[in-house]
Design a protein around this ligand. Structure first.
Ligand code: AMP
Ligand code: MN
Ligand code: MN
Length: 325
């Protein structure tokens, strides 16, 4: 932490960014850190704090400050310090990679077990529920405003599935309690950013579940969406949140797989485990990563190619654990 503070103290221009196709933890952590740095800006003599993230759904506009986030990368700005949040590897920085490359110093704050420690200073806590939880642990509680608390809380609820995933620890709940004490409207944050669905999102969820299949002796639930379907609904990646969570709770399933086509014959793969199977290991094999029970990667080919390439890896682990037959 001392190293992080001294780098922040020594910088005038800071860029903050997270991973491609940002999720709640990514948006929450970038917003929270930016608000926090703005608060200590004068004392630390910071001139400029910019946040870069890819486009995301308007449900996150509930956080103050998301309007300030930059979605265009067409600038020649270069920064003294680049802070990467919730991002396990350099390639997942997407377009903000150029700010990482040109920065004098880089910091990586994250909680992915697969994190490749790609920055000058790496603060990676795989036992933490979320990057927001890691951020809380390095922030001064007294300086956390209601707005910062909202952003941190949002990240925690998204990565823990509203405190239900096993990454939720006693400390997670203590942090959540502290954040609630700042006067945040947690019910609205949870409903509007996590549970609320548009009609289109509900239709997609229904369709994916209806067309889902069980393979490997019903131990694996698989659903997919091709480009044509996504275009038909006018859906983007944020519209697909929640599908994998519903697949995972299929009775008897050890693993849930959800794949969708990001471009022709290129699929984004989401994997979830109910505990026995290490899906991070599988995602890492295919060039991705994540956590033991929630991981992702990108794979090429048709839907069937992807499923056929993926299942032997799940099968091997199921067999090893005598879970298959
Ligand atoms: P997702 O299925 O996209 O929600 O991802 C599950 C978890 O794995 C999240 O914590 C992601 O940040 C992480 N993850 C997904 N894809 C990758 C990847 N290619 N490399 C590293 N981590 C990933
Ligand atoms: Mn994330
Ligand atoms: Mn996260």
């Amino acid at each position: 932490m001392d190293k992080i503070t001294s780098e922040i103290m020594g910088a005038k221009k800071i860029a903050i960014a997270g991973h491609i196709r940002p999720d709640g933890d990514c948006i929450g952590s970038c917003t929270a850190l930016s608000l926090y740095l703005n608060q200590i800006k004068k004392e630390f003599k910071l001139d400029q704090i910019d946040v870069y993230l890819e486009n995301f759904g308007n449900e996150y506009d509930i956080l103050s400050h998301t309007k300030e986030i930059k979605h265009s990368y067409e600038t020649d700005e270069s920064y003294d310090l680049f802070i990467s949040l919730d991002c396990g590897s350099m390639d997942r920085l997407g377009n903000s990679r150029k700010f990482f490359d040109s920065a004098q110093k880089t910091i990586n704050i994250d909680h992915h077990i697969s994190n490749s420690k790609f920055a000058d200073i790496n603060h990676v806590v795989p036992t933490a529920s979320s990057t927001c939880e890691v951020l809380y642990s390095i922030m001064d509680d007294e300086l956390i405003s209601k707005e910062i608390a909202e952003a941190l809380y949002l990240g925690i609820i998204h990565d823990t599935g509203v405190f239900k995933h096993s990454n939720t620890s006693e400390y997670t709940m203590q942090v959540a309690g502290r954040l609630i004490s700042k006067g945040i409207n947690f019910s609205v944050l949870i409903d509007e950013t996590f549970y609320a669905k548009t009609y289109m999102q509900n239709q997609i969820l229904g369709r994916c579940l209806m067309e889902s299949i069980l393979v490997l002796n019903k131990k694996v639930a698989v659903a997919s969406m091709n480009r044509k379907m996504l275009d038909f609904y006018g859906a983007s990646s944020g519209d697909l949140d929640g599908i994998i969570d519903q697949l995972r709770v299929t009775k008897g399933a050890e693993v849930a797989v959800f794949i969708y086509e990001i471009q022709f014959h290129e699929f984004r793969v989401s994997l979830r485990s109910n505990g026995a199977i290490n899906v991070n290991k599988i995602a890492v094999y295919f060039g991705g990563g994540g956590h033991i029970k929630a991981a992702g990667c990108t794979m090429n080919g048709t839907v069937h190619d992807v499923i056929n390439n993926l299942t032997p890896h799940i099968e091997a682990q199921l067999k090893e654990l005598n879970l298959l037959y």
